[in-house]
Write a new protein. Structure first.
Length: 367
């Protein structure tokens, strides 16, 4: 039924929905048991082109939803299935098929005006949020931290799109560490295409105009973020490497070893390890515990053991001081040697260290 309904959606809408609907279906299929009897809110969506509204409307009965609510920012289409234009922000309510054709018809969708512009932070949109059980949408990346904070404040279940780099934000990482949010099931690498307005300047690499004339950009590091559990999240990461002191150096300022690739986590090391942020793609909370992040204020369970205030930053290409001090690398993951970045740090007694990439501090759970 799900695939049949998706095909109806593709026929009823433009071809641009095809790949996007498939992307959403690839993720949503891992959570179907969570949606039965629930009210879903898509509060950052224009329903004319919203992949999320289309998916949930055409699969309303299949998922057993109670209600679907979509808020629409102003200057969008008042009627999902006509060409009526409106400056009015609206919200749409769909409560399922009424005439038995398994298609969300215009007369089955309630369209109500909003007093404001439809911003998710507005009082009236917060009232709609309170009514929802699960929020599913693609919030503005620039407002991701504020958006997540609102979901947590109102204790909502959610499945949203964001960038992997946001996990290191001080407002986001504690949620990851405390098991209040994790990465989704289907996107673990590569980039994703996003349609953009006609007046959007295409300056970035990978952007362009498709065969239909629509502008798009490609964004790297896109991930699903959720607090809905799914089976694959509890699959053990298979470990095959053995610990070798020459291959896994200790950090100069943390009692932890450097593991530069997730797949190289040693199977026989029981101490603390610093792993890339992309480790979260494979993170099984039954196999590992997260102890912190190598940045200021994010590693109380694994404190740093050294500061670099009396070090000097050195340009690696010329070996000439940059004029900056070593304090800027305090609480980063620091390794001995010059490394391969643009700069390294020289200590008062000739010590040479460099700042490694940001690392998540983990430890295997003893079973």
């Amino acid at each position: 039924m799900a695939n049949k309904n998706l095909n109806k959606a593709k026929e009823a809408k433009k071809d641009e929905f095809y790949t996007q609907l498939d992307d959403i279906n690839n993720e949503l299929k891992h959570y179907r048991e969570h949606f039965r009897g629930k009210t879903v809110l898509c509060n950052c969506d224009d329903p004319r082109i919203s992949n999320f509204f289309t998916y949930f409307a055409y699969n309303f009965e299949f998922l057993g939803l109670k209600k679907l609510i979509t808020t629409c920012y102003k200057n969008q289409n008042m009627d999902l299935f006509s060409q009526n234009q409106s400056e009015q922000a609206v919200y749409l309510i769909y409560e399922g098929d009424k005439n038995g054709n398994h298609t969300p018809d215009a007369n089955e969708i309630g369209v109500m005006p909003l007093k404001g512009d439809g911003d998710f932070r507005s009082k009236e949109c917060i009232e709609l949020l309170k009514e929802a059980d699960i929020v599913v949408t693609n919030p503005p990346f620039s407002l991701f931290r504020e958006y997540v904070a609102q979901l947590i404040e109102y204790n909502k279940k959610f499945l949203i799109i964001g960038n992997i780099n946001s996990v290191s934000a001080k407002q986001i990482f504690p949620l990851i560490m405390e098991g209040k949010m994790w990465l989704g099931a289907s996107i673990h690498s590569g980039d994703r295409k996003f349609w953009v307005p006609d007046d959007y300047e295409l300056n970035a690499a990978g952007c362009g105009i498709d065969a239909t004339g629509r502008k798009f950009i490609r964004v790297k590091g896109v991930r699903w973020f959720t607090n809905l559990d799914y089976k694959e999240r509890h699959d053990d990461l298979i470990l095959y490497k053995t610990y070798d002191t020459s291959y896994y150096p200790y950090f100069d300022n943390f009692n932890a070893i450097e593991v530069s690739r997730t797949e190289e986590i040693p199977m026989d090391f029981e101490g603390i390890m610093g792993v890339p942020i992309t480790f979260l793609d494979k993170f099984n909370p039954d196999q590992f515990e997260i102890l912190g992040l190598t940045q200021i204020g994010c590693h109380d369970l694994c404190p740093d053991t050294k500061k670099y205030n009396d070090y000097k930053e050195i340009d690696r290409a010329s070996d000439i001081p940059t004029g900056q001090g070593g304090g800027k690398t305090n609480e980063n993951a620091v390794l001995k040697g010059k490394g391969n970045k643009k700069t390294y740090y020289l200590g008062p007694n000739g010590e040479i260290v460099h700042s490694a990439y940001k690392r998540i501090l983990i430890r295997k759970i003893k079973k």
